[in-house]
Write a protein that binds this ligand. Sequence first.
Ligand SMILES: *Cc1c(COP(=O)(O)O)cnc(C)c1O
Length: 353
Amino acid sequence: MSQYWSPAVQRLTPYVPGEQPQERVIKLNTNENPYPPAPGVSEALREYAVDHLRLYPDPTSRALRETLAAAYDVSVAETFVGNGSDEILAFAFQAFFCHGAPLDVPAITYSFYPVYANLYGVELRKHPLNAQWEVDLDALSGTGERSGVIFANPNAPTGHAHSLDAIEALLQRVTDRVVLVDEAYVDFGAETAVALIGRYPNLLVTGTFSKSRSLAGLRLGYAMGSPELIDGLQRVKDSFNSYPVDSLASLVGIEALKDKDHFDACREHVITTRERTRQRLETLGFEVLPSKANFILTQHPDYEGAQLFAGLRERSILVRHFNTTELSNFLRISIGTDDEMDSLLEALETLCR
Ligand SMILES: *Cc1c(COP(=O)(O)O)cnc(C)c1O
């Protein structure tokens, strides 16, 4: 605490990201992609005329949004891009969820939502997951005044995804406020809700280039929704930073979107490795929640999460352990290369005997 901080800043509880170690470790703690970005990215960067950096980027990111719109079969007016999808989530909280009523959210989900709720003074109405660790869409869309609904599909850190039909059923029940579906992990086996945008003007879908497109270091995210929602995001963006997406990020994002073959190959590889890892963990006695994401949430009936986390850390393998009551026995393990997962499984084999 400092006397110079405003009361609002004194009250903040900032998000704590997974550790970014400086030494060499097998890094399975922040859901990065183990494969490189599309080859076109390095080529485009090599050919980039550095003199262009004198100029401000296009504040509307038109070229990137055109490529995004073509890739997802929506209009440019239905697209928005930002400095990582975290930034877009922050804009969305300010644009749509500050109505003085509670925001419906799963009790276990992406831990940045409570951070933004605190930052923007939004009250959360938290709904427990069901017995299968799935987001309870019925509870989330119950009656009563609300400022909106937000959830991740697939959810984090559980990995479960609802079908498009289930999400559409929720949209039929919640029509007065924005429903934000965070699709950070959708490309690893779940269905995107983008196809519903034309029919539900209150649906906002967010996504990121950080995971399935191997560009976490670039900081690029997107949102898709009706033009009136996009206008709402733009109003906040242009009251905060006119140029959140720099020229290089736009260029790289376009290259990544263009290479569908590379994108598909990487995500299929991750999915195959995920399923193989799941089987082998189950052989070791682990309970593994079914996942449509590039991570798995797992626990062992005989070994504590914290203990396994520490044992892996000693062997230079970094996974994520959450210190909350519900999750303290679990480990969240990002899907790395096959070799990395083999090292993980070998280490767990030693730790669990
Ligand atoms: C990783 C993640 C994000 C943030 O992605 P960035 O684009 O890197 O900011 C958003 N939502 C969820 C659920 C995530 O796991």
